[in-house]
Design a binder for this molecule. Structure first.
Ligand SMILES: [Zn+2]
Length: 277
């Protein structure tokens, strides 16, 4: 039984999905799948393997809600900086900045090379400190700059939410505005020390009993094990986001790009024919 790691898996799932119900479903499905796939578990990296299964389930749950690993959503100006990040940024921080996994194990859970995983974590940490600095600007009292006031009044007109585009615009402004820089710059460098990623959270009793009930159902257990899909040579799931970068999908994109170029060429020829008469 692997439910003693449910606290670590739930902490991860909550960070990636930012939704308690979605996170609980992902942990449930991942732990049931781990039972079905137990004979393929690599014992030396057990937490990493369970996190990889949980990651697959989190991405599946998010995709069902048309949220992808690089989706940034509009959030309230006062939202936690973690909510500003994409699921992919939070994923990299959770897996690469935790003390109970090595960098290699974190990278394997993400299904990529260690160098790429470390890069993703560095970029995510930069995005986090910038989000924290923008939050400091947006919540400064008294307000530091009329541009910030303008952004806040635009947000209050659109259901109190700030779009990712408006946030990026403010961030670019803050880097060059003398008034904003006094708040933005110190916060951006201090934020590095404030980054605190929980590696475990208390698991609700009803989630544990739900897992126990499902384990008593061999058909459901086998179904959730199969649904994880293909496993690599080490028994880790092939990450759903890696499929996007699969060379065969590049070929498909290449074919689309070629078709678009052909269409543009045709438009050009027609335009040339019309103008040269
Ligand atoms: Zn300013």
């Amino acid at each position: 039984m692997t439910d003693d790691r449910a606290d670590a898996l739930l902490a991860y799932a909550l960070m990636v999905t930012r939704d308690p119900a979605v996170a609980a479903d992902a942990v449930h499905d991942a732990l049931i799948a781990s039972t079905a796939l137990a004979e393929r578990a690599p014992t030396s990296t057990h937490l990493g393997w369970l996190l990889a299964l949980t990651r697959t389930e989190c991405l599946r749950q998010l995709r069902a809600r048309t949220v992808f690993i690089d989706t940034s959503l509009p959030v309230a100006p006062s939202a936690d900086p973690f909510d500003v990040l994409t699921p992919g940024d939070r994923d990299a921080l959770c897996l690469m900045r935790r003390s109970d996994l090595s960098a290699g194990e974190g990278a394997r859970a993400m299904g990529c090379r260690e160098g790429e995983a470390l890069n993703r974590a560095t970029n995510a940490q930069k995005a986090w400190s910038e989000a924290a600095a923008v939050l400091a600007l947006l919540t400064a009292d008294p307000s530091v700059c009329p541009v910030v006031d303008q952004v806040l009044s635009e947000a209050s007109e659109s259901q109190g939410l700030l779009t990712p585009t408006a946030r990026r615009r403010l961030q670019r402004h803050a880097g060059t505005c003398a008034r904003c820089r006094t708040v933005f710059m110190p916060m951006r460098s201090e934020a590095r020390d404030l980054l605190d990623i929980p590696t475990s959270v208390p698991v609700p009793a009803e989630l544990l009993s739900r897992i126990a009930v499902t384990r008593g159902d061999p058909d459901r257990t086998a179904y959730l094990g199969n649904r994880i899909g293909a496993l690599d040579d080490w028994g880790f799931p092939i990450p759903p986001d890696r499929a996007d970068r699969d060379p065969s999908s590049w070929l498909r994109w290449g074919a689309i790009a070629a078709a678009v170029s052909a269409a543009l060429l045709l438009v050009g020829l027609v335009a040339f024919a019309l103008t040269s008469r």
